[in-house]
Design a protein around this ligand. Sequence first.
Ligand code: PAF
Length: 296
Amino acid sequence: MRVVRTIAQMREALEYMRQGGHGPVGFVPTMGYLHEGHASLLRAAGEKSGTVVMSIFVNPLQFGPNEDFASYPRDEQRDLALAEREGADIVFIPSVEEMYPQPIRTGVSVSSLTTQLCGASRPGHFDGVTTVVSKLFNIVQPDYAFFGLKDAQQVAVLRRMVADLNMNVEIIACPIVREEDGLALSSRNVYLSAEERRQALVLSRSLREVRQALEDGKVRTVNEARELLVSVIAESPLAVIDYAEILTFPDLESLEGGSKLSAAGGEVIMALAVKFGRTRLIDNNVFIPKEAHALV
Ligand code: PAF
């Protein structure tokens, strides 16, 4: 495994792999502090590609002024050990100066998919993501890029960016990886106190309960499903809801509150952002509501 820190070295390493006929390039962009979710992306990349590139870059552009850029957890040695164990061939770890040597005057911005959910609570966040991912795609020129569905809105936004701008890369979305008790893995889980960690289970539980209520026909409309979602979360006194929404996926459009979920006519997303103390956690479930279940 090669560790490279400059764009020039990155391009050189890729040229070497290409000349050696190492097959398609699979890319896993990350902000480090890797966990089993990232490991699953590396494994998926390994299955589909001859060369696996991972980047570790905490991108200042996607953090708001009052967010956790400075304190975002970092552990390069542990990350490198995980990357090596999971089969990365090249790890790209640029500095902020390497990625942004001068104030950036050019940005990539996806409209409409970025104004709701995390886009509403984190203004400018997705512009930061699409801009850095475009830069990384230009540097790495991958055939495939792998992203976790925990950030489902990010997946929808990046897919749209790639389609709209004819980028020559296929976005591959990988399932959410959870702890045994249901908590979705996140680098930010380390911020949680023991009690917050316990109460944070309400995210996955509320999603499961609404799915079950829909299956059982106890809940049918969008409003009923949203109300159940909110009421389950409210059972945890430390939980402060940022959003709890049900939208179409991947277009992230609103659904008529009184309409049956099964009338959405395709995939929907139940998406949550909930704060526990200073830690904001997200979780979601993407599924196709089935008429048969809604009619029970
Ligand atoms: O999902 C992330 O970790 C980041 O948003 C990404 C895609 C690496 C861009 O900085």
